[in-house]
Design a protein around this ligand. Structure first.
Ligand code: ZN
Length: 671
């Protein structure tokens, strides 16, 4: 019998035939698909014909169907519906796939062919999109070290492998420190804690074999404990342990590892001819230079720190009224901020929830896409990998555009968080291919399923990514949909969250599960007000981390990472009662791998853009202004990575983003 992962899919819209695929099909299919891909790469690299755009770059863009099919199905079920067998397959596949793809980047014959096309780029009469794909391909190989030879090449391989080892050690040390610490609580120590924290502390105690409830260093326990426990001595103890993760001396200490990672990264950037690792890293981003990143962060830092200092005075005053003298400390902030929140923004999640029905929020996200872009959604009945998945055909003016799949409910087989991926990406080369896009979330099931405000935002966020995939209209798959710079990819998703907050959307779709009534205006006002609460603190802890990350990767690597951290924080005037969101020995974004190294700023960068971009709707005809919607699709949602993101944004907005709208949105300046 043919392996269903390798055969052509003769199904509606060529959706994977999930009902025919078994776990036993994956391993043999992957081996065959990788062999096919390898043969294809060899053919491209060893082609005796002179190198052309068609026989090198377009050949690389031609999908090897078998590999696309196996990987799209496997990644989908491994993330959203795993089991021990799939986990074992994942462990076996990761090194295999890593070796396969790095053998392509290291293929000298292939690089030579790419360089031959690159060198004749001015005489080839390429379209703008083709020029961009050629540039990106060539640059990707260069950045991977394909042009290095001899000693430099060997050293680069050594650095890469040492960095991979150090990244894993960093993560494991952090996990070990988080696992090994606990604070046992007596019954009296539970005073003031809400029931969900007490339950979590008891469950954690039972899991760890303690005699009673415990505080652990898991964010889901320690954060609410610091927020609600009136016991200042216990808060101090817990906070100290939280802050010391990765810096406890001994075998799990991360400080020397962080220093070695920074030094290897600097060496890697120098081998490739860059001034610093930050220059190397930011080259592919919208920001492009360390100076641009610093400029944006400092524009936000000034008003944020002013707000945080003003808030600190109010919180210190509250503490003194409690009879505690002395300074407000980091273990006091969350506790007094929560107290203040209850007085100023009394928002009861339990009161809000019945208004946020999952099905109505899905309808709301579709309705906004209909008003903005004319998209229509029709339910599809097709076999998927789990009974909870739902599918829709997406059309416009009666024409097929995409398939959208929603897998909304939490279950043991799904990893945590929420994400969007394309099971098939849009492309027009070598033939018109329509996308199949999936949103995976972890909402609680119920009859009817009700969301929290955060859940509803997540739903809109992931749907924004889905629109970026579904409205994509480019030739080549490598630049399709969300294949854009990291500091640009969250623009469509974070921007779409704004439509959830449009009062007319909430009035129509946030209706009570039992009475069907619209959300009362008073509740609506509280919901919208709560989103800017304590933003001074949140902005300061985040921006401080981003500035330290940036400083670590500019110029020579620091020998003493903690001294460097102290120096940066002193320079920017870090408030005494706030610490970095991720201090260096715990900064997994930056040290577990390369993903967010000198890139932690990108969350803020995207937020600046989404606030600025939504403001243009408000300045024009409102949230559904047709001209702005068209511009959004034309310049941002349909273009993928085919144009430099700064150019795209400028085309959409008439200028680069400014921080004004973000500062207003976070309540850091008067609206
Ligand atoms: Zn996102």
């Amino acid at each position: 019998m043919t392996n269903p992962l390798l055969a052509p899919w003769d199904t509606a819209f060529e959706i994977a035939p999930f009902d025919q695929i078994t776990d036993a099909d994956f391993a043999p299919a992957l081996d065959q698909a990788l062999a096919q891909h390898q043969a294809w790469i060899k053919e491209i690299a060893e082609n005796p014909e002179p190198a052309t755009f068609a026989n090198v770059i377009e050949a690389l863009e031609t999908p090897v169907q078998a590999l696309e099919q196996v990987l799209s199905v496997f990644y989908t079920v491994a993330g959203a519906d795993s089991n021990p067998e799939r986990q074992a397959l994942q462990r076996a596949f990761s090194p295999k796939l890593a070796a396969h793809f790095s053998s392509i980047t290291a293929n000298k014959a292939l690089y030579t062919r790419i360089k031959q096309v690159w060198d004749q780029r001015d005489t080839l009469d390429l379209t703008a999109e083709q020029q961009r794909v050629l540039m990106l391909t060539h640059r990707g190989f260069l950045r991977g070290g394909a042009a290095l030879e001899g000693q430099a090449d060997a050293r680069m391989q050594e650095i890469k492998s040492r960095l991979a080892t150090l990244g894993t050690e960093f993560t494991q040390n952090l996990l070990a420190d988080e696992r090994d610490w606990q604070l046992e609580l007596g019954e009296a120590d539970l005073e003031g804690l809400p029931q969900f924290v007490v339950d979590a502390a008891r469950a954690a105690g039972a899991e760890k074999g303690a005699s009673g409830p415990v505080v652990t260093l898991s964010r889901s326990i320690i954060t609410p404990f610091l927020q609600f426990s009136p016991r200042r001595d216990l808060r101090q103890k817990a906070f100290a342990a939280f802050a010391a993760r990765g810096a406890n001396g001994g075998e799990t200490d991360n400080r020397a590892i962080a220093a070695e990672i920074l030094s290897l990264r600097a060496e890697r950037a120098a081998l490739l001819g860059y001034d610093s690792f930050a220059d190397y890293k930011l080259e592919t981003e919208m920001a492009k230079t360390p100076a641009a990143v610093r400029g944006l962060l400092m524009d936000v830092w000034q008003p944020a720190v002013a707000r945080a200092n003003a808030d600190a005075d109010i919180l210190a005053q509250m503490m003194h009224e409690d009879g505690i003298n002395g300074d407000l400390e980091p273990w006091d902030w969350r506790y007094y901020a929560e107290k203040r929140r209850r007085v100023e923004h009394d928002l009861d999640e339990a009161e809000l929830k019945p208004y946020l029905q999952l099905d109505r929020m899905i309808e709301a996200s579709f309705a906004c896409a209909n008003r903005l872009f004319g998209l229509e959604f029709t339910p599809l009945d097709v076999p998927l990998y789990h009974a909870d998945c739902r599918a829709w055909e997406v059309t416009r003016d009666g024409k097929h555009l995409a398939v959208f799949i929603g897998d909304y409910f939490a279950r043991g087989s799904k990893r945590s968080g929420a994400w969007c991926s394309a099971m098939r990406a849009q492309a027009n080369f070598p033939k018109a291919t329509s996308p199949i896009v999936i949103n995976v979330c972890n909402f609680a099931k119920g009859e009817p399923a009700l969301l929290s405000w955060d859940d509803a935002r997540t739903l809109f966020h992931e749907f924004g990514h889905a629109l970026h995939q579904m409205l994509s209209n480019v030739s080549y798959e490598s630049i399709s949909g969300t294949s854009v710079a990291r500091d640009f990819v969250e623009l469509p998703s974070q921007l779409y969250e704004h439509w959830l907050e449009v009062p007319e959307v909430l009035r129509e779709f946030a209706t009570h599960a039992e009475t069907g009534e619209a959300m009362p205006p008073e509740l609506l006002r509280k919901v919208l007000g709560a989103s800017t609460y304590d933003m001074g603190f949140q902005t300061v802890e985040y921006v401080a981390s981003a500035l330290v990350d940036l400083a670590f990767h500019e110029g020579a690597a620091p020998e003493d990472v903690m001294a460097k951290q102290t120096e940066v924080l002193a320079e920017i005037g870090m408030p005494a009662a706030i610490t970095m969101r991720h201090a260096t020995p715990q900064f997994a974004h930056v040290f577990s791998g390369d993903g967010y190294s000198s890139g932690y700023y990108s969350y803020m960068w995207s937020e600046v853009m989404d606030a600025d971009a939504f403001a243009t709707f408000e300045e024009a005809g409102g949230a559904f202004d047709p001209e702005r919607a068209r511009a959004l699709e034309t310049y941002i949602l349909s273009t993928g990575g085919s144009v430099d993101p700064a150019e795209l944004y400028t085309a959409f907005r008439g200028r680069l983003p400014g921080v004004e709208a973000l500062l207003k949105g976070r309540g850091l300046v008067e609206a």
